[in-house]
Design a protein around this ligand. Structure first.
Ligand code: BDP
Length: 688
């Protein structure tokens, strides 16, 4: 096995288990002749055949469909209101003394989602004989963002090339596109932004619209819509205009015509994603206009067709000399209430940039009158690429459960994102995809879990990352608890291990310059201060950390008062965020009783030891995993172990060169000199 089948392996259940399931599972009744229902039925047939075998003659039946297309389902009068447009109800009944399972929804796509859930119940060995289960997504737009370029390179991609073969499209439709749609539908993802946020205008030209339309056609039966990243200066580059000023009538006419052209080719086109005035990308500020001016112009173009604009809040082109962490909030908060109804401002989970740990972004809770969506990064740009095992479900859960206190206690980020807190008209969760041409899709077996977990959390931002990990491990490897128990435990601790060996206690952005791989706490100088490590750790002979309290940049003031107070107060702050918010002397006494320096060293070493533990766990699990995938994971863990040590040693060597302090007793000194660590270079690291 090479991992290509993801969590949809449908391997046979043990004979005893299969017999028990067969008693309640029946044959699948014919469905109405629609593309999605045909897919749903085929998937169910395939799944049941794989899991339980071809013979299911217990006399039962499974009925799929909507009240609109199935008179039998209509006659059952199942309560379906709460299922909405994409949810479903699964109910077991008896019909003439025989078991009948109904998977019903208001829409065909709801039925397909119900089929995947039903199969997942069997894949994870749960009871299916007495079901009355209703589920519906809590977030409306659940999107993958591909940072894929037209030459098939992938920005921050660590799993091969882009799966979009732009050259051969629209004629050649690689079968992978179907596999892709199927995998996404199985976890409820309903949209894909096809191209990089650092966009080229070519994506909006007629040949590329035709290519996108071919993909849209493939995805449509699976309920997945296509979106495009739009380069703001396209009116100049492909429209023959001299300006891209959003208030210029010719520019507005360009975008309106462009939207009309796209919708002609793709009637259910989702809309645009825009990175503007950020890291050199063009935007409305180039013309003295605001983010709202730019977003609203595009919103007007796609609005009549039902489309949306996702406008990213990841901006820092305007120098805010004291603290980059404050820029997103400073630039967007003043425009709360000025964005069109079909605009969603897309905010990264933290204020810097997808670090192994960041406190939640202060914009969450601060824009009650603007639809705000979440952007997570599934691809592990700052967490060791695909060779380090880090399950991100725990990181995302930590952010989603964080309390913004925007409307008193319990105002979690999840409630902002699912729209409940402020009554948003549109809700969004976006994940920067980790998918590429590698046979295993994600670069490593365990990185598939991050794709999976993203889908599940987008569907339900209050879901438990542990439950998600358990389902994933059971479906991807084996439901045997002797496997899932230890494997899930390993996953649950894995991201914390990375935090420990890379950036413990609130340290951040200390990776190698530009490729972000490996330790680089010494990175200084160059184009911009806020692209260096020294800007973030501020270590000197006396201490370390970024003072973001009132005595420093006062970034804490961007949070609601109770949150700001807790982050500011050394007796209240969780030490996981300590050096994000405070600059402290090396001998500051931490809660363990150890001085700060000793505690940092302790955590670096703890991270390395945690990887030892992961290796040991994985070795023990070999009886439950096929040799190919077991071997691959073991090889990657060996890389991770070596590099965790490298992170620890290089970080200690560097900080010791600054503070001149001895190592705590029992801690081994770094084997190489600081200069040796600094000299390691990776000119051809992937994904840049
Ligand atoms: C950073 C990446 C960069 C992206 C940027 C973004 O290093 O490659 O273009 O984010 O999100 O994390 O736009």
């Amino acid at each position: 096995e090479n991992g290509h089948d993801l969590w949809l392996r449908y391997r046979p259940a043990a004979a005893g288990e299969a017999a028990a399931y067969r008693a309640s599972v029946g044959v699948v009744a014919p469905v109405a002749d629609t593309p999605t229902l045909k897919v749903a039925r085929a998937e169910l047939e395939q799944g049941l055949a794989g899991l339980l075998g071809e013979r299911r003659d217990g006399g039962g039946q499974i009925l799929l469909g909507t009240p609109g297309s199935s008179p039998r389902i209509a006659a059952l009068k199942l309560p379906l209101d709460a299922a909405g447009d994409e949810g479903f109800r699964i109910r077991t009944l008896t019909d003439g003394g025989r078991p009948l399972t109904v998977i019903a929804a208001n829409t065909d796509i709801g039925v397909l989602h119900g089929v995947y859930r039903y199969l997942a119940l069997i894949q994870t060995r749960q009871a299916i004989d007495r079901l009355d289960l209703l589920d519906a997504p809590k977030v409306r737009y659940r999107l993958l963002n591909h940072w894929d370029n037209l030459d098939r390179s992938v920005e921050r991609g660590y799993s091969g090339q882009s799966i979009w073969d732009w050259w051969r499209l629209p004629d050649v439709k690689d079968p992978r596109y179907l596999d892709y749609a199927r995998a996404n539908a199985s976890i409820g993802i309903n949209g894909a932004v096809l191209n990089n946020v650092n966009a080229k205008s070519d994506s909006l030209t007629a040949p590329y619209i035709a290519k996108a339309a071919a993909l849209a056609g493939t995805f449509r039966p699976y309920g997945i819509k296509v979106y495009l990243s739009a380069r703001f200066s396209s009116p100049i580059e492909i429209g023959g205009l001299k300006t891209a000023d959003p208030l210029d009538p010719a520019v507005r006419a360009f975008w309106k015509a462009k939207a009309d052209e796209i919708y002609k080719a793709i009637p259910d086109f989702g809309g645009f994603l825009v990175k503007a005035n950020s890291e050199g990308q063009p935007g409305p500020q180039d013309y003295g206009r605001t983010h709202a001016d730019g977003a609203n112009m595009l919103a007007q173009a796609v609005g009549p067709h039902g489309g949306i604009v996702m406008w990213r809040a990841f901006v820092y082109s305007h120098e805010q000399p004291d603290d980059r962490a404050k820029q997103g909030y400073s630039e967007f908060k003043p425009f709360d209430g000025q964005f069109a109804e079909n605009v969603i401002v897309q905010v990264k989970n933290g204020a810097i940039d997808f670090q192994p740990r960041e406190p939640f972004h202060p914009l969450f809770g601060a824009m009650p009158k603007t639809n705000l969506g979440m952007e997570f990064q599934i691809t592990k740009e700052y967490l060791g690429f695909s060779t380090h095992l880090a399950y991100l479900g725990t990181m995302w859960e930590e952010v989603l459960k964080a309390d913004t206190f925007a409307a008193g206690q319990g105002s979690t980020v999840a409630k902002v994102v699912d729209g409940k807190l402020h009554g948003y008209s549109r809700t969004l969760m976006a994940g920067v995809a980790n998918i590429g041409t590698d046979r295993n899709w994600s670069g490593s077996q365990f990185d598939q879990a991050n794709w999976y977990a993203f889908g599940r959390l987008a569907w339900d931002p209050e879901a438990s990352s542990e439950a998600i990990a358990r389902d994933w491990a059971a479906m991807t490897f084996t439901p045997d608890r002797r496997f899932t128990g230890p494997a899930v435990k390993m996953m649950m601790g894995s991201r914390e291990a990375v935090v420990d060996y890379m950036t413990p206690m609130g340290l951040h952005h200390l990776m190698g310059r530009s490729h972000h791989y490996g330790p680089g706490p010494w990175v200084a100088g160059g184009e911009r201060a806020d692209w260096t490590s020294v800007y973030y750790h501020k270590a000197d002979k006396a201490g370390i950390g970024f003072d973001r309290t009132a005595s420093g940049s006062n970034a804490v003031a961007q949070y609601a008062p109770p949150v700001a107070a807790a982050f500011s107060d050394l007796s209240k702050i969780d030490e996981k965020d300590l050096l994000w918010f405070h600059h402290l002397p090396w001998d500051y006494r931490t809660r363990s009783g150890r001085p700060l320096w000793d505690e940092l060293v302790n955590r670096y070493s703890r991270g390395v030891k945690a990887v030892d533990g992961m290796q040991a766990t994985w070795a023990d699990l070999s009886p439950y995993v096929d040799a190919e995938r077991h071997g691959e994971v073991a090889t990657y863990l060996a890389i991770q172990r070596r590099e965790a040590q490298w992170w620890r040693d290089a970080s200690i060597a560097y900080f010791q060169s600054i503070n001149g302090l001895p190592l705590p007793k029992g801690e081994a000194p770094p084997p190489l000199s600081l200069e040796a660590y600094e000299a390691m270079a990776f000119p051809y690291a992937p994904g840049i």
